[in-house]
Write a protein that binds this ligand. Structure first.
Ligand code: SF4
Length: 457
């Protein structure tokens, strides 16, 4: 399919080909689904909402619940006030959520709808029932990406809901960043192993990976509860995982309720997980249990066993900034060599950070923010690599260049493992080593001549 791609790179200022990002409301929708009994609401036309729902459904293999203001020509000209008020009335009557989280789209942002004013009017006119809540996040897609949409939605939880009673509790807030439901479950497992009391928001585990038990539940058991969101203002400290996804919410919480925070990279690999465990140990004043030390040791052992296959292998990698940063750190710590690193989201600081991480193993690493998969493909043609890592859209590049390919990030539309098995933590690191080495070994088994095939690797 991409065999026609050439190695000749032309400067493009106003064109993205196979962008390595998608639009802001998808991130807001995903974050809102991590709140218990929350209905994500797309304030715009039906097409936006349908696309965002289907993209999340295809990734999570679960029905994604969300509503829309269903703009038509009238709303596009006169504004979406009437549509949103009608929508809220219908949503609370028919679907009975505890909270509706409104996010905007390109159209409602261009019109300039004042969502806080519409929410206020809806409260005053009794459209929002007693005890129910409506919050909002601005997520125009002509700026930012799905990651900034996720970040804006997390910040909205704090803006609208976090409260400080003045009585501090020995609880740690966790903003997990944009990770899979299985990763969120793993973060909670680590916190529980350490014996730390925590509130995590959002939490899509048991929402987007809930059990099939014979009866459909519009609002599954999981998700951060509204009392938990409110109580975040009384916690001792906040750990924000994934700088781009979580810093905004953590900083707002500090400003609003005085909760100190520490921003960390996603806990992927040995160093990333060590940093998270250590931060939890200090914040919670706890001791790391022996069982967790053994988990770490098992990952170190696996890295050591497989190092001969990983050493100095060149990797092309693309995806969301937080995912890619943590993954690049992991690749460097297991002895691999990131050769080209691409994200679709803007970020000059991110470029500098990736170059710094790679400085010892490959000072010439090519790093591109606000870029695309086409650029990555063209670059690979002139600079061959051993492995490609990224979301499902990378498979066409992998096929064209006959590269081993490891899927990670968002979206993964053609595999199922990401929804069940974490990449976070020491056990997640073992899974990553398995995926990377399997990709190398499968290529050898497939392509080696019969007399060269090794039975034992
Ligand atoms: S880019 Fe804008 S118009 Fe297009 S789907 Fe996303 S929010 Fe809707």
């Amino acid at each position: 399919m991409l065999e026609g791609t050439t190695a000749e790179i032309r400067e493009r200022k106003a064109l993205r080909i196979n962008p390595a990002k998608t639009c802001q409301p998808i991130g807001a929708m995903y974050a809102a689904l991590g709140i218990h009994k929350c209905m994500p609401h797309s304030h715009g036309s039906q097409g936006c909402c349908a696309y965002h729902r289907s993209h999340l459904t295809r990734h999570h293999k679960e029905p994604i619940v969300a509503t829309t203001s269903s703009f038509t020509e009238g709303a596009s000209v006169f504004g979406g006030l009437a549509n949103l008020k009608t929508a809220l009335e219908n949503i609370f009557t028919i679907y009975e959520p505890d909270i509706v989280s409104v996010h905007t789209t390109c159209l409602s942002e261009v019109i300039g709808d004042d969502i806080p004013m519409i929410i206020k009017k809806s409260e005053e006119s009794g459209i929002i029932p007693e005890g129910k809540l409506v919050i909002h996040a601005n997520t125009p897609s002509f700026v930012g990406s799905h990651v900034t949409g996720f970040s804006a939605q997390c910040a909205a939880f704090v803006d609208y809901l976090a409260e400080s009673t003045g009585a501090k509790k020995n609880v740690i807030n966790l903003f997990p960043g944009w990770v899979e439901p299985a990763d969120m479950r793993e973060i909670k497992r680590l916190a529980e192993m350490l014996g730390v009391e925590y509130i995590m928001a959002p939490d899509t585990s048991d929402v987007l990976d809930s059990a099939l038990e014979g009866e459909y539940q519009m609002y599954p058991d999981g998700g951060t509860t509204i009392p938990q969101l409110k109580a975040m203002g009384d916690s001792m400290a906040t750990l924000a995982l994934g700088p781009m996804a979580s810093t905004l919410a953590a900083d707002k919480l500090k400003k609003k309720c005085g909760v100190e925070n520490k921003v960390l990279e996603l806990p992927i690999g040995i160093g990333g997980t060590d940093a998270f465990v250590n931060a939890m140990r200090i914040a919670g004043d706890v001791t790391v249990p022996r069982e967790l030390e053994k988990e770490r040791g098992r990952l170190v052992d696996m890295v050591s066993d497989m190092s001969q296959y990983l050493h100095r292998k060149k990797v092309a990698i693309f995806g969301d900034p937080d995912h890619v940063t943590a993954m690049v750190k992991f690749l460097v710590e297991v002895g691999m060599e990131p050769a080209i690193v691409v994200t679709g989201t803007k970020g000059k600081k991110w470029v500098a950070k990736i170059k710094e991480i790679c400085s010892e193993v490959n000072p010439d690493v090519e790093v591109a923010a606000f870029s695309d998969i086409h650029y990555l493909h063209q670059w690979i043609k002139g600079n061959p690599v051993d492995l490609l890592m990224g979301n499902t859209y990378g498979k066409y590049v992998a096929k064209s260049e006959k590269l081993p390919f490891v899927r990670f990030g968002f979206p993964i539309l053609d595999r199922v493992g990401h929804r069940a098995f974490p990449l976070i933590g020491y056990t997640g690191g073992m899974r990553l080593i398995e995926k990377i080495t399997d990709a190398f070994f499968d290529k050898r088994d497939r392509e080696d001549a019969d007399e060269d095939i090794e039975l034992v690797l």
